[in-house]
Design a protein around this ligand. Structure first.
Ligand SMILES: NC(=O)C1=CN([C@@H]2O[C@H](COP(=O)(O)OP(=O)(O)OC[C@H]3O[C@@H](n4cnc5c(N)ncnc54)[C@H](O)[C@@H]3O)[C@@H](O)[C@H]2O)[C@@H](O)CC1
Length: 486
């Protein structure tokens, strides 16, 4: 699991480390790593460093210092390095090093640029880029590279114009869109959550010896494949259909039988050995999935180790009664879609509060607003954590980087999100898969993250064969499980 730390925690660790090192050492480490990555990108794209045009955008702080020292190293290897100073006050020693290596100042971006180094602001940045900086960033990105394409844009530490601590991008037109972000010491939330994660492009972490001095808990954690593989339940030779876990689904309605089909398809791709369906879509489910045991209500269904409730359930009296029946079960429960709408008027607050087993809620932003009173806003991690604490539930806040927040204050971000999932019905598939993982015994935060991870991969797998609809995501789940867990 990788952690991402806020700027204040990074600065505290840097302070401890810097006290042990000769002055300037950390910046030299950062700049050396940055120059190496830039040289690699120039090599891969244009076949070498020599003769390539590199534009350094330098702001007033140490971020500009990193960029100019790296520019100096590239100039020494024969690159034609130009620098635009975006402040009257810039890092002096690195500017002089760049000049000494042959770098030259320019008032504005040239027409031909092979690589842009964004050293405008790093972890000291506040808000959207100021007007002049935003203008220069736009002009540089619109320049032509020597191979006729757009220049490679490398952000130093974080793309300038994003909120480092929250991943918010206050104004997308006044923020750098990087192909690669070379960051130092540790990831920051901007690399892994919110719109800033998209602006970061590929994130490349340079070790400057900081990690062991980070004493605080990360603001957000990001699982990788080995975490998912380690959590995914495996079966032994003594297992049977019951010991693998039984998952129950109270989903679908006369109006939305498809939601039931999709949620059951999601559950069947998970690790449980037995799927029960309770609801009005029993006929559709029996036809599609003969292994699923169907009843018409939660009350008449047998036991399950976890229940999924809400996808396409509707919000009428029958739906409310089914939700109440699910909340009364002493097992983990996932509340999705219409179940969240039913929670909004507060009438379920008591049964929800009285639950002892885990509850997972899976809102998108508008559902989040129905329950919390307002959409998540710029700080999605903090918003999800607050709702998790308030409801004593694990919150899976859907988005390009889905966030999983636990009531104990721990937050995670899923790295596999895919735009392919932004289509009707994919949430039903996710809820079913998550139910299966909970029924198989995974702790709720791990179940939510593992489901989001595999679901994201399934979206990518499905997108490999063209435009995606939600049944394609359900069909791709098995391949995604194999990719994530083998
Ligand atoms: N502190 C350290 O030990 C290290 C820091 N390093 C670099 O130093 C950076 C942090 O440096 P600083 O603390 O000097 O801060 P930054 O260089 O990130 O930026 C601070 C300056 O930017 C200006 N600024 C803030 N918001 C702006 C906006 N929206 N538009 C335009 N200008 C804006 C401020 O006036 C301030 O002077 C890191 O991100 C990293 O790149 C690295 O060299 C590694 C070691």
């Amino acid at each position: 699991m990788k952690g991402a730390w806020r700027a204040a925690d990074i600065r505290a660790a840097e302070k401890t480390l810097m006290a042990k090192l000769p002055e300037g050492t950390l910046m030299q480490r950062a700049a050396a790593g940055l120059a190496r990555r830039c040289a690699g990108l120039l090599q891969d794209r244009y076949g070498g460093v020599y003769g390539r045009t590199v534009l350094v955008l330098a702001g007033s702080g140490d971020n500009g210092g990193d960029a100019m020292y790296a520019g100096a190293a590239l100039a020494r290897r024969g690159a034609d390095v130009r620098v635009i100073r975006l402040s009257d006050r810039i890092h002096g020693a690195s500017y002089r090093a760049l000049e000494a290596a042959g770098g030259r100042p320019l008032p504005g971006p040239p027409a031909r640029i092979d690589l842009v180094i964004d050293g405008i602001v790093g972890i000291g940045g506040r808000g959207a880029l100021r007007e002049r900086a935003a203008e220069v960033v736009g002009e540089a990105a619109a320049a032509t590279a020597s191979d006729g394409g757009s220049p490679v844009v490398v952000a130093v530490d974080v793309p300038s114009g994003v909120d480092v601590d929250t991943g918010d991008v206050p104004d997308a037109s006044a923020a750098v869109r990087a192909d690669v972000t070379v960051t130092f010491g540790a990831l920051k939330p901007a690399h892994v959550v919110g719109a800033a994660a998209v602006h970061s492009g590929l994130v490349d972490l340079v070790d400057i010896g900081l990690a062991e001095h980070l004493v605080t808990k990360p603001a957000v954690q990001v699982p990788d494949r080995t975490d998912i593989a380690g959590w995914w339940p495996s079966h032994g030779s003594t297992d049977d259909k019951y010991t693998r876990g039984v998952v129950g689904l109270a989903t679908g309605s006369d109006n939305y039988p498809g939601a039931a089909v999709l949620s059951v398809a999601g559950a069947l791709a998970g690790p449980t050995g037995y799927v029960r369906y309770a609801g009005t879509a029993a006929r559709e489910i029996r036809e599609r999935f003969p292994s699923v045991v169907c009843t018409d209500s939660v009350g008449s269904a047998g036991r399950a180790q976890a229940w999924v409730c809400g996808s396409g359930l509707g919000t009428d009296e029958r739906a409310a009664a089914e939700l109440r029946a699910v909340l009364a079960k002493p097992v983990p429960v996932i509340l999705d879609a219409d179940a969240l709408t039913l929670l909004a008027d507060g009438s379920m607050a008591r049964p929800l509060r009285e639950r002892e087993a885990a509850t997972v809620i899976t809102p998108h932003d508008r559902e989040f607003a129905r329950i919390a009173g307002a959409e998540p806003g710029g700080d999605r991690v903090e918003s999800a954590l607050q709702l998790a604490a308030q409801m004593n539930a694990v919150v899976l806040l859907k988005g390009d980087r889905t966030i999983v927040a636990a009531p104990d204050g721990t937050a995670f971000a899923n790295p596999t999100g895919s735009v392919a999932l932004a289509t009707a019905g994919t949430g039903d598939v996710l809820a079913g898969l998550l139910g299966s993982l909970l029924a198989a015994g995974l702790p709720a935060p791990h179940a939510a993250l593992a489901a989001a991870y595999v679901h994201g991969l399934a979206g990518r797998v499905a997108a490999g064969s063209g435009p995606v609809v939600s049944p394609d995501v359900a069909d791709a789940l098995r391949e995604a499980v194999v990719l994530a867990t083998r």
